[in-house]
Design a protein around this ligand. Structure first.
Ligand SMILES: [Ca+2]
Length: 278
């Protein structure tokens, strides 16, 4: 696939990607299909408040995201709204604590949440923590512990209810000013630019990745896992060597007259000798 494109979005259909080499500025050239309302598009209510605002490290900026449901990754009984953070391609991270900071509108504060982890592109999830009801106070930050930290490639913060009573699949919006995933070294891992933040309702579907290589230009190799960077393999010359040597008529320069001259010389050859194959 070409390197200088924004991103290629996949739907939640079955997708099998085999042997592609991705080169470009974009660390995630293949992404799940976006829901515009998670990315500051499609409604005046969300413009200026994309999901990225929740991991920019700035407490005063916030994501305002929808709770209606277009994609249902795991069936009708698994409506989900929230945030999803993908660890850098091919890698896992161990989260020991996490924190959620409300936005400015108390009625859009997530009061019932849960943290989940997945290692199969979101097909199945482990419950990591379900805290008691949160405060709805504007810009309130609350921090929680993960009792059994383990390596996961995806982390999902589910917003099960807002202060106004909205729940996934029933419409409404929620706000998150900051979503932090903290590891044992006290680092907030969502600040890693090699990660990918999406809405929890933007599923990968049944994605199968085989022998992919991701080579972000100017960003160095992607750390860890089978998708880490390396030299771009040289193109192999096409195995198209003619079986029988034939006289070649060189085109001396890229002009119409020169090309026509070479064609005339080839056409003047006896018929048997001008066959391509014997
Ligand atoms: Ca922010």
């Amino acid at each position: 696939m070409p390197g200088d494109f924004a991103a290629s979005y996949i739907s939640d259909d079955n997708k099998l990607l085999v042997g592609n080499t991705f080169v470009g500025q974009n660390l995630w050239p293949v992404r799940p299909t976006p829901r515009p309302i998670n990315h500051g598009q499609g409604s005046n209510f969300v413009i200026g408040h994309p999901v990225e605002n929740a991991i920019d490290g700035i407490p005063t900026t916030y994501a305002r995201m929808g709770m209606s449901q277009e994609h249902i990754p795991l069936g009708e009984d698994h409506l989900v709204a929230g945030l999803r953070w993908n660890a850098p391609a091919g890698s896992q991270r161990v989260v020991t604590r996490y924190a959620v900071t409300n936005g400015p509108n108390h009625n859009l504060s997530p009061v019932n949440i849960g943290l989940y982890g997945s290692n199969d592109w979101g097909l199945s999830w482990d419950e990591l923590d379900v805290p008691l009801q949160r405060s709805e106070a504007p810009f309130q930050r609350e921090e929680y512990f993960v009792d059994h930290p383990a390596p996961y490639s995806l982390y999902e913060l589910r917003v099960n209810m807002t202060a106004s009573g909205d729940m996934p699949g029933l419409g409404g919006f929620f706000e998150v000013a900051e979503f932090e995933l903290i590891d044992a070294t006290n680092a907030n891992i969502v600040s890693d630019p090699a990660g990918l933040i999406t809405g929890a309702d933007e599923p990968w579907g049944n994605l199968t990745v085989v022998d992919q290589t991701v080579l972000p230009e100017g960003c160095g190799p992607v750390q860890g896992g089978p998708a880490q960077g390396g030299p771009v393999p040289e193109l192999e010359p096409w195995d198209f060597v003619p079986k029988v040597a034939r006289e070649r008529f060189e085109v001396t320069q890229l002009t119409g007259a020169a090309i026509q001259e070479a064609i005339n010389l080839a056409a003047a050859e006896p018929l048997a000798a001008s066959r391509l194959c014997t």
